[in-house]
Ligand binder design. Sequence first.
Ligand code: ATP
Length: 271
Amino acid sequence: MHNAIQVHGLKKSYGSHIVLNGLDFQIKKGEIFALLGVNGAGKTTSLECIEGLRKYDSGAIIINGKMGIQLQSSSLPAHIKPMEAVRLFAKWNREKIDYTLLNALGMKEIEKKQYIQLSTGQKRRLHLALALINNPDIIFLDEPTAGLDVEGRLSLHKQIRKLKSIGKTIVLASHDMAEVETLCDRIAILNQGNIVFCGTASELTDKVGKKYFIHIKTQQENIAFETDNIEDTLISLLSDFKQKEIHVLDIKVDRGTLEQHFMEIARREAE
Ligand code: ATP
């Protein structure tokens, strides 16, 4: 069995509002998988259905492994101390506490504080520590780095990569495209109740089209061009610069960012 999660025909409505209109996708064992979509697309609803926290109307979800779920912020009592929460969760799950893991997540530095006194980043590290207490095979992270500074974000990315390296499957919902691009093996894009794309970031680039972005820095200015023919566009641009005696300092060619491709897919779907 290579799939950690299989979702077939998942449907969920809130009253007459159809949020999930028959989702079909698989998450492979050991991959970092991201669920993307604009606000209200149904990412949290999908995750909660998979996690077993929310009832769905129809469809089937097959889970192959033990799950660990990162709590949303302010889910713990205000005055509980991090190690009290850890002990509570360990007792609840009948698991031994892994102090090496807790130290790696920086729990030692915050052990004397109460939950209410923790920063956003410290809360998220505690939530991750609690999600890992039952030694899960599949870890769910809903917007894991929202509100974190660069250092906090990089440190959490390091932890997530470490979890992948020991064979865990990570499922996350995020709005941070740069994060998803660097961290995730595959992504699914949710739009108006459907999965409109599921695959790798480079497959998404191929789907969006053979578009290239040329960035040129001259002595006078920085200019960007969009093209589907690099050779012709570069030859014409460079000969034009040469004729006008404009000196080119730098040229970069790329195929656009995940964010640009995500926006393009959303635009096409809206049409
Ligand atoms: P965001 O990116 O803003 O977190 P999301 O993609 O996670 O959004 P959901 O939270 O799953 O989206 O919400 C999907 C839709 O379902 C939204 O229109 C939301 O208003 C609606 N919704 C979510 N929970 C409920 C609920 N308990 N009752 C009624 N409607 C709900």
